[in-house]
Design a protein around this ligand. Structure first.
Ligand code: HEC
Ligand code: HEC
Length: 415
């Protein structure tokens, strides 16, 4: 069970994250530019896998909002260099530079009115990498992804690349110190991921914020429902609106696109349906428990924090470019954007639409979690505070409206 949250707190946290993560300081500019230039070459170099053939760009395609699955036969999970399929849907690498490092932050619980520490931030869906640098090391060495046998093997490939001289000159790396050289390589990739191409703020939504475009009536209605705490309440987790927003209908919000990242970087247990197409799920005892199995969580958690309470929790993703991100949720279990919105509306009023039937009748809700962890699913916050027989928070037309609004979050590719 999780607790309701305060949009005001969320937005302040987001503003701090923007200040920390997104903007490169002017004096670091030249070095950062050289690093980013090299990082761009590394990002799309298919020589950097074992066997060759898979680059970061294979799963994070620059032409597709840095999303992709490397031609996997299962659209929910990516194919790695050896042909092995992964277990989680690759998120976009866009706007990832705004994610603060993983940690426990203080927030007010609206139900108990007590301040409490909750997990937030970090790269990956379970936040296990603190920074983009640390994140980039993951896929290079992960057997299910780029499968390099060692850091030295990656360094050797970089030095032998067509950009080998640039790498030597920019990074000052040699094969003699593979540990340091590998760290510099991840710095270059991270610098690339901090460049403008990863956060152009070039969507229709951004132009509306800048006063350069107008929502259609349906999109405007969808934006209202998205913010309305008694309807979609999406803003409670997919936060935005600046330091002092009001999520009330007609409330005031920032018009600066950078104040709208559509996440507060916290974690929640949505209870997405099990996806039988993921090969690892052929084993009925296989469950992806997300945050509670994150390495090192116990050491970081405050005293008294119940680790098992975050089994099934995944990071709230940004919704920027979400229209391009199908299939949806960490396990890619929902095929279309409209269905993802409909899931929020009807998960609790019509569970049979999303979950298989139990042996004796009613739908087996939260079937992608072991029974003992199903009570972790959020059933208190709007819009999923309903019960069978009650009216969904959103009707079909309102689901259409929110879907139309979410489609305005797609960036226009740089010309
Ligand atoms: C074979 C597919 C594949 C390749 C290759 C790959 N990734 Fe990923 N990427 C993923 C998956 C899957 C996740 C989510 C994994 C998880 O949450 O445990 C991910 C997560 C990320 C994230 C975290 C985003 C967020 O919001 O948390 C970033 C950033 C990223 N990858 C960048 C890279 C970089 C840089 C490279 C190359 C060094 C790379 N990826 C190579 C599949 C891939
Ligand atoms: C209580 C927090 C919370 C609320 C409220 C919330 N979301 Fe989410 N949302 C999440 C989390 C956490 C995930 C990731 C779940 C996962 O991967 O299993 C997510 C994922 C999504 C995704 C899938 C994104 C992707 O790339 O796969 C969409 C679409 C989405 N939310 C839209 C909405 C909309 C629309 C609303 C309002 C009707 C909403 N959310 C309300 C927490 C929330």
């Amino acid at each position: 069970m999780r607790n309701s949250r305060r949009p005001a707190w969320s937005a302040a946290f987001v503003a701090a994250a923007v200040a920390a993560g997104g903007v490169v300081s002017a004096n670091a500019g030249a070095e950062e530019d050289r690093l980013a230039e090299l990082g761009g070459k590394l990002f799309s170099d298919t020589r950097l896998s074992e066997p060759a053939g898979v680059a970061c760009a294979s799963c994070h395609d620059p032409k597709h909002a840095f999303l992709g699955v490397n031609g996997s036969r299962v659209p929910a999970v990516a194919r790695g260099a050896t042909g092995a399929l992964g277990v989680r849907k690759p998120p976009s690498a866009m706007y990832a530079s705004f994610t603060p490092p993983f940690g426990f932050i203080t927030k007010l619980n609206e139900t108990t009115h007590k301040r409490e520490k909750v997990p937030a931030g970090g790269q990956f869906r379970d936040g296990r990498a603190a920074t983009l640098e640390e994140q980039a090391a993951g896929p290079l060495l992960n057997p299910a992804e780029m499968n390099n046998p060692s850091k030295a093997a990656v360094v050797a490939k970089v030095l032998a690349g067509p950009y080998g001289d640039l790498a030597r000159a920019t990074l000052g790396i040699t094969i003699d110190n593979p540990e340091a050289a590998f760290a510099r390589i991840t710095q270059a990739i991270a610098a690339f991921e901090r460049a403008d191409a990863f956060h152009p703020f070039s969507s229709k939504f951004d132009d509306v914020m800048r006063g350069k475009a107008r929502f259609t009536p349906l999109e405007a209605e969808g934006f209202g429902l998205f913010k309305n705490p008694r309807k979609g309440n999406c803003l409670a987790c997919h936060a935005g609106g600046g330091p002092n927003p009001s999520s009330e209908p007609g409330g005031s919000q920032s018009h600066d696109p950078k104040d709208w990242l559509f996440t507060d970087f916290t974690y929640d247990t949505l209870g997405a349906p099990r996806n039988a197409a993921i090969p690892a799920n052929a084993n009925p005892d296989n469950y992806d428990l997300g945050l509670c199995r994150r390495e090192g969580l116990a050491a970081l958690a405050p005293k008294g924090f119940n680790i098992e309470s975050v089994c099934g929790a995944f990071k709230v993703p940004s919704l920027r470019n979400v229209a391009l991100a199908a299939p949806y949720f960490h396990n890619g279990s929902v095929a279309t954007l409209r269905e993802a919105v409909a899931f929020y509306a009807t998960r609790d009023t019509n569970p049979e639409r999303w979950y298989p039937k139990g042996a004796d009748g009613p739908a087996k809700k939260f079937d992608d979690l072991p029974e003992k962890h199903r009570s972790n699913a959020n059933t208190v916050e709007v819009p999923y505070d309903r019960r069978p027989g009650q009216k969904p928070r959103l009707d079909d037309h309102e689901i259409d409206a929110i879907t139309a609004f979410l489609q305005t979050l797609t960036d226009t590719p740089a010309r």
